[in-house]
Write a protein that binds this ligand. Structure first.
Ligand code: NAI
Ligand code: MG
Length: 485
């Protein structure tokens, strides 16, 4: 078992209190590492280090150099990918192939922002005076970043890369369940030329996160996680009027019209909600199917769902690993029980019965059908492999059901009729809309939610913009007095 330390001001340190917490392998329930539990005091040290690094030097590092640092981190990521992918799988449960995809995306994210660093410019406005009016873009300062456990290193990359690109310094906290790959990645910082204090990594639970949010010297919070904690963060951030970026959950509709390609539809519906054990903020957990294909598609999905191989993610044959924690497993089991009251169960509905899966945090891929959109399993985020299938008649009905949710992260539409697809695209209340696919994500494209799914956008130039502020500069070119008085 490994004991990890956290990174504050370029030094690997224990918590001031000496406290640690256990990190588990969800496939076995065994402790795989110990990490420091950072107190308010440790967080304060990390924030001071970030502030100092920002004020004394980092703000003068050129965009070219920041870009080169990001590219070096990407290169190192690619080199160490097999080793880190194994740690990601052992710590989060996800199948190794999925960890490899995620960590490739980590490298791509650093490459993208490495290239973008030299392309963040200001603007010059035409104002009706003998003057030059400019808008300069400057880094916000110190960012606090709070990361969830479903894509442990990728969600960290989505926050670190744009913040370094924009010239901020930061204090980042991985989720208590999955801190290991970020701590491993942080070992590359010094070699990549990142000055000490620019990125500080603190580990701990919600209290550690709350201390970052409350700190008066943190200028911005970037958070991905639950709606519940998103609300708490916004309230706390109001005290110091920090900028807040939130990426919260969803109950995303995956909509299938009768004229969709049938095989693609079946695959797309299953992939949309079962990938990563369903622990995906944009999971297509509400599957809306037009009545003429409802029965046929349901039967085909059930037949295929039965073939999904559950097991340890380290086994290459595994298609679905354990969920991240006992707590998450129990949350999903609770919703499966609720679903049995609210709708009809087609497949799954509990824990798997295989003997070798009893120790890990496994749940069966589950499909409920004839679900009313008002049911709890259609309204509340489950964050597990649970699909709610809802029938619909007409385009208008699909649209009404799809938008009848407090969330608005993502949606997908499947049909061969471009007119119908584009009408849906225009009227779906979601920050991300896929047509004839669900889940592909690109660093070039904006990511974030409408309605209660969040505030702000990550990725692309939008992601860097979140870490900058705009300064208006007015340069008077008249050499005579105003002559007002
Ligand atoms: P959570 O929202 O409590 O945890 C996410 C992160 O926030 C972790 O790093 C955690 O330590 C931190 N945190 C917790 N309380 C905090 C506080 N008061 N102030 C600052 N930081 C705090 O999520 P949890 O409890 O692990 O999962 C609960 C549900 O949240 C899931 O079932 C799922 O529905 C949703 N969730 C959504 C995610 C997404 O990608 N949008 C990711 C993770 C969870
Ligand atoms: Mg929580």
């Amino acid at each position: 078992m490994k004991s990890y330390q956290m990174l504050i001001d370029g030094e690997w340190v224990k918590a001031g209190s000496g406290k640690t917490f256990d990190v588990l392998n969800p496939a076995t329930g065994a402790v795989m590492a110990k990490c420091p539990e950072a107190s308010d005091h440790d967080v304060d040290r990390a924030v001071r280090a970030a502030r100092r690094a920002f004020d004394e030097g980092w703000r003068d590092v050129t965009a070219q150099e920041r870009g080169r640092i990001l590219l070096r981190l990407a290169e190192r990521m690619r080199k160490e990918l097999p080793r880190l992918a194994e740690i990601e799988t052992k710590n989060s449960g996800k199948p190794l192939t999925e960890s490899e995809y995620d960590l490739t995306d980590v490298a791509t994210c650093f490459e993208y922002y490495g290239g973008l660093a030299t392309k963040l410019h200001g603007e010059v406005m035409n104002v009706p005076d003998n003057a030059i009016s400019m808008a300069m873009r400057e880094p916000l300062g110190v960012a606090g970043q709070i990361i969830p456990w479903n894509y442990p290193l990728l969600m960290a990359a989505w926050k670190l890369a744009p913040a370094i690109c924009a010239g901020c310094t930061m204090v980042i906290k991985p989720a208590e369940q999955t801190p290991l790959t970020l701590l491993e990645f942080a070992k590359f910082f010094a070699d990549a030329g990142l000055p000490k204090g620019v990125v500080n990594v603190v580990t701990g639970f919600g209290e550690t996160g709350a201390a970052i949010v409350a700190h008066k010297d943190v200028d911005k919070i970037a958070f991905t996680g639950s709606m519940e904690v998103g609300r708490i963060i916004m309230r706390s951030a109001a005290e110091t009027l920090k900028k807040v970026g939130l990426e919260l959950g969803g109950k995303s509709p995956n909509i299938f019209f009768a004229d969709a390609d049938f095989e693609a539809a079946v695959d797309g519906a299953l992939f949309g909600v079962f990938v990563n054990q369903g622990e995906v903020c944009s999971a297509g957990s509400r599957v809306l199917i037009q009545k003429p294909i409802y029965k046929k598609m349901l039967d085909a999905m059930v037949a295929k769902a039965k073939t999904i191989k559950l097991g340890d993610g380290m086994d290459r044959a595994t298609k679905m690993g354990p969920v991240v924690s006992r707590e998450q497993m129990e949350r999903i089991l609770k919703y499966q029980a609720i679903g049995k009251q609210e709708a009809k169960l087609a497949v799954g509905g509990g824990r798997p019965t295989q003997k070798d899966l009893q120790k890990g945090f496994y749940v069966q891929p589950t499909i409920f059908y004839d679900v009313k959109n008002s049911a709890r399993i259609a309204q509340e985020e489950i964050f597990g492999p649970v699909m709610s299938v809802i029938p619909f008649d007409k385009e208008e009905d699909a649209l009404r059901i799809a938008n009848d949710t407090p969330y608005g992260l993502a949606a997908a539409v499947w049909s061969r009729d471009i007119f119908k697809c584009m009408r849906m695209v225009k009227r779906l209340q979601a920050g991300i809309v896929w047509v004839n696919h669900m889940q592909p994500t690109y660093v070039e494209a904006p990511w974030g939610g409408y309605k209660m799914s969040g505030i702000g956008r990550e990725l692309g130039p939008w992601g860097a913009e979140e870490y900058m502020q705009v300064k208006q500069v007015h340069i008077n070119l008249n050499e005579t007095p105003i002559g007002w008085y």
